[in-house]
Design a protein around this ligand. Sequence first.
Ligand SMILES: [Zn+2]
Length: 283
Amino acid sequence: MRGNVFVRYGLPLLVALPITFLVLYPQVFWCLMVGSSANFRLFTNGTTSLYIHRTVSAKQQLQFRQHTQAAFDRIRRFWGDRRGQAILIYCPAQSDYERYCAGGEGAGCSVGTPWGTSYLILGPEGNNTNVIAHELCHDELFTRIGWWRVKRQIPQWFNEGLALMVDYRFSNPAVWEQPDRSEQTPSFSEENTTLPFPQRPLLKLTELETTRDFFGGDYVHTMLAYQTAADEVARWLAVVGRAGVPALTDAIHAGQEFEETYRQLERTKRKSLNQKKKTKKAE
Ligand SMILES: [Zn+2]
């Protein structure tokens, strides 16, 4: 009897669920199938797989691999180490990019799955260290605290603001990185071109909690959302320092709430800075 119930209801459900998921999110299906697509060539960087579309020129391919390496190095400096294992897919044509990244907006996007595999898709404008580092930073957060916690606990302004700290189109490397020669003399001309922000009052963080809040408006709204997020995370980072980022994700991974931990790290750091100042005055 039980066996019959399973065959009649359980089995069709088991088959239907993944199919429904893939129908609702076709980009996940295409990402899962990239390994067997004849349109992509597979390269590796350490343990990371890079799928590069066969239509890319030799020059684009070389640049992509150099930008990827530079982005990996930046992520290691920012987080202390790199734990993300996302699969990178580079589509130089918009039509391919749209297939792998729903909507095909922006220069790059991340596709995460509840079972842990994630894909970073780079479009025609995505052959760039800033874009790759930005997407890798989203993946790093996803890897360290998990898909579910990112969806449930992390406000979109923090997720984007953090990614903007390694995306120098929107932020200044001096916020967390000691200036060094390699950053001052980038090898590619499109680097370090800060995008102009539109002149409109900044938004409130409470208006930027969800993906819809953040990306649901017009272009000017999204740019203002980016600026608001970058300003807040840069302000916080200037107080807590680079070590505050893994400290925050470790605490969330251990079960702490985002909001309280974010504020607590800042309070603790301010207290110890004030203490140091007082001691110095007393000397
Ligand atoms: Zn982003």
